[in-house]
Design a protein around this ligand. Structure first.
Ligand code: PLP
Length: 340
């Protein structure tokens, strides 16, 4: 039994999901003729109370398309220093859009209105025009921390007043919403565009959806083509995504429970210096390198068939997911509780 805690992207489609994929009604999506893709796009647009949506191969693509549509070359966007769009998208902000990122030091990866306000550039010839704010929910690099609506709404209000666009990298938005019990419709009201991933905690093999108003999605579709993301009979994948949205959202709380148990277990271990707060399905902790280094820890667990991800020097990330069973969880806790 291999236990893979490197990411919630390692899941494989269950037989019911595969059956839903087999039943897809596909067509050439570049001509807009794939019924299953159209169904997914309508479903997700309605879910967030928006006019339109666009199915894309990855969350990197949905984020990068949004940045491209919302900005002009030479502009600046504001995001937290932990943001996925900055750290893990291959420099795409500058590569694709000719835009620079101003990195803000938020709290557990989260921005607030005053931090944003004091970083919006004034209208001078020599300053870079600020045109976009990007939030991430949950914040991957900050240990899966959550924005509540009462934190997002004042940011949305500020962006509206200052005529800035507001994009949400919601790769793990549903992990946040099952905890806050807030509605997708309320989230939809706050943002100009939202990206959700179907292949993270939700368990679909491929795909992300970008959601916004008609004009935004019209432009986004052109950019998707330029980025090489125009797909043909991809309805098989869209059906997997629909299945994931309909069946795998509410169960995310089980992943969170397991992650919190791992966090609690690590809390009082001599080989651990610090565990970040566990809010959802991500556990990030710093080892005490005098006792065990990141490399040694990784090797020790690998010997027990447990895969984990190094997240910087002597820092480890473990992510719980759909395919991480109770039995696996018991084994992991036993090993973490042993003297290693
Ligand atoms: C995974 C992830 C993405 C998208 O990544 P892809 O691997 O391109 O699908 C975007 N944002 C966050 C926060 C993520 O964790």
């Amino acid at each position: 039994m291999v236990i893979d805690l490197r990411s919630d992207t390692v899941t494989k489609p269950c037989s019911n999901m595969l059956q839903a994929m087999m039943d897809a009604k596909v067509g050439d999506d570049v001509f807009g003729e794939d019924e299953s893709i159209n169904k997914l796009q309508n479903y997700t647009a309605n879910l967030f109370g928006k006019e339109a949506a666009l199915f894309c191969p990855s969350g990197t693509m949905t984020n990068q398309i949004a940045i491209k549509v919302h900005t002009q070359p030479g502009n600046e966007l504001l995001c937290d220093v932990n943001a996925h769009i900055y750290n893990y998208e291959g420099g795409g902000i500058s590569f694709n859009s000719g835009v620079q990122a101003k990195l803000l030091n938020g709290t557990e990866g989260k921005l607030n209105p005053s931090l944003i306000d004091e970083n919006i550039n004034g209208d001078f010839d020599w300053l870079t025009k600020t045109s976009l704010v990007c939030l991430e929910n949950t914040v991957n690099r900050a240990g899966g921390s959550i924005y509540n609506l009462n934190e997002v709404e004042p940011i949305a209000k500020l962006c509206n007043e200052k005529k800035l666009k507001l994009h949400l990298d919601g790769a793990r938005l549903f992990n946040a919403l099952v905890e806050t019990k807030e509605s997708t419709l309320e989230v939809g009201k706050c943002f100009d565009s939202i990206s959700i991933c179907l292949s993270k905690g939700l368990g679909a093999p491929v795909g992300s959806v970008l959601i916004g108003d008609k004009d935004f999605i019209y432009k986004a579709k052109k950019i998707r083509k330029v980025f090489g993301g125009g797909m043909r009979q991809a309805g098989f994948l869209a059906e997997a995504g629909l299945f994931a949205l309909k069946n795998n959202v509410s169960r995310l709380v089980e992943d969170h429970k397991k992650a919190k148990e791992i966090g609690a277990c690590l809390q009082n271990k001599n080989y651990v210096n610090e565990v970040l707060n566990v809010y959802t399905n991500i556990v990030i902790f710093k080892l005490n390198p005098n006792i065990i280094t990141g490399e040694m820890f990784e090797q020790k667990l690998a010997k027990q068939n447990i895969k984990i991800a190094a997240f910087g020097k002597n820092t480890i990330r473990m992510v719980t997911h759909l395919d991480y069973t109770n039995q696996m969880h018991d084994k992991v806790l036993t090993i973490l509780n042993s003297s290693l």
